[in-house]
Design a protein around this ligand. Structure first.
Ligand SMILES: NC(=O)c1ccc[n+]([C@@H]2O[C@H](COP(=O)([O-])OP(=O)(O)OC[C@H]3O[C@@H](n4cnc5c(N)ncnc54)[C@H](O)[C@@H]3O)[C@@H](O)[C@H]2O)c1
Length: 277
């Protein structure tokens, strides 16, 4: 039986691990080939959790190839639009087309607003906002040439609500909605759909680290994952503390599939009800 994105090609940023890898594998399960990029190395101002590695990116390649799909993986930084363009152009040259773009790469750091350095602010905006635009910019000519396509940008519940101690992150995640709405209007006539997804906490290394646990439970001298989990359960109407990467992948898969052919300009929460609290 044909998959839900059979024969399509997807360009995915931040594909070395966690949600990006899950998207690559989930789309490959449904018949897509993948153009993967990741910085696969450290970002200067991100100290809260360990960076993805070249081995992580190689593992994504292994998992996609195990599904008998093709994948072209490149180590590239979304801040470097030249490197991104080279990666997507080479991927399209090898795989023949481009249909799907997932602007997923991002970083996160918790910092009280008045303690944030200028450098940390700028680095966050450069990756989580400008990096998303760079991703769309280098991919759009290929989508236009192919007669249409679908872009999904990974925002956050922090793109819909003001979240304390994340002024730079929250600003960037709100900003990508502007990119989405503009492109959805500007390129709709070329059959290009653009949407955002807004995950609540996803069970990845980005939030599962001692500094995050501590800043979310500031009155606790000994923050632990268990206490953090208990707190996060209270944030959601549904009985869950965090969602899994595949929950985001399934929402993304729906949005990029033909099942969503008339859905564009939508901000889709995958948040167990967090944003209605
Ligand atoms: N984990 C959560 O709770 C959560 C919640 C809401 C939204 N998000 C968003 O989901 C997306 C994926 O996060 P994740 O949870 O998988 O975290 P993660 O840190 O495990 O994965 C992010 C990936 O992006 C890559 N990346 C970072 N900076 C890059 C750059 N400059 N260029 C290229 N690649 C870069 C990293 O190397 C990593 O592989 C991010 O945009 C994040 O902001 C995460």
């Amino acid at each position: 039986m044909a998959g839900r994105v059979q024969g399509k090609v997807a360009f995915i940023t931040g594909a070395a691990r966690s949600q990006g890898r899950s998207h690559a594998v989930r789309l490959a399960q449904e018949g897509a080939d993948i153009i993967a990029v990741d910085i696969a190395g450290p970002v200067e101002s991100i100290r809260m959790y360990p960076p993805a590695t070249e081995e992580d990116l190689a593992e994504t390649v292994r998992q996609v190839e195990a599904l008998d799909r093709r994948i072209i993986a490149t180590k590239a930084d979304v801040r470097d639009s030249g490197a991104l363009k080279a990666a997507v152009d080479e991927g399209v040259a090898q795989l023949g087309r481009l249909d799907i773009v997932l602007a997923n790469a991002g970083v996160f750091e918790l910092e009280p607003s008045l303690e944030l350095t200028d450098r940390a602010w700028q680095e966050m905006i450069d990756i989580n906002l400008t990096g998303v635009w760079n991703t769309c910019k280098v991919a759009l000519p290929h989508l236009i040439e192919g007669g249409g396509g679908s872009i999904v940008i990974t925002s956050s519940t922090a793109g819909l609500k003001g979240t304390p101690n994340t002024i730079h992150y929250t600003t960037a995640k709100h900003g990508v909605i502007g990119i989405m709405r503009t492109l959805a209007n500007e390129f709709g006539k070329q059959a290009i759909r653009v949407n955002t997804v807004h995950p609540t906490g996803v069970d990845t290394v980005m939030i599962q680290n001692p500094k995050t646990w501590g800043l979310f439970t500031p009155d606790d001298p000994e923050p632990t994952k268990e206490k953090f989990t208990e707190l996060f359960e209270t944030l959601h109407p549904l009985p869950v503390a965090y969602v899994d990467p595949v929950d985001i992948s399934n929402a993304v898969l729906f949005l990029v599939s033909d099942e969503a052919r008339y859905i564009t300009g939508v901000t889709l929460p995958v948040d167990a009800g967090y944003t209605i609290r």
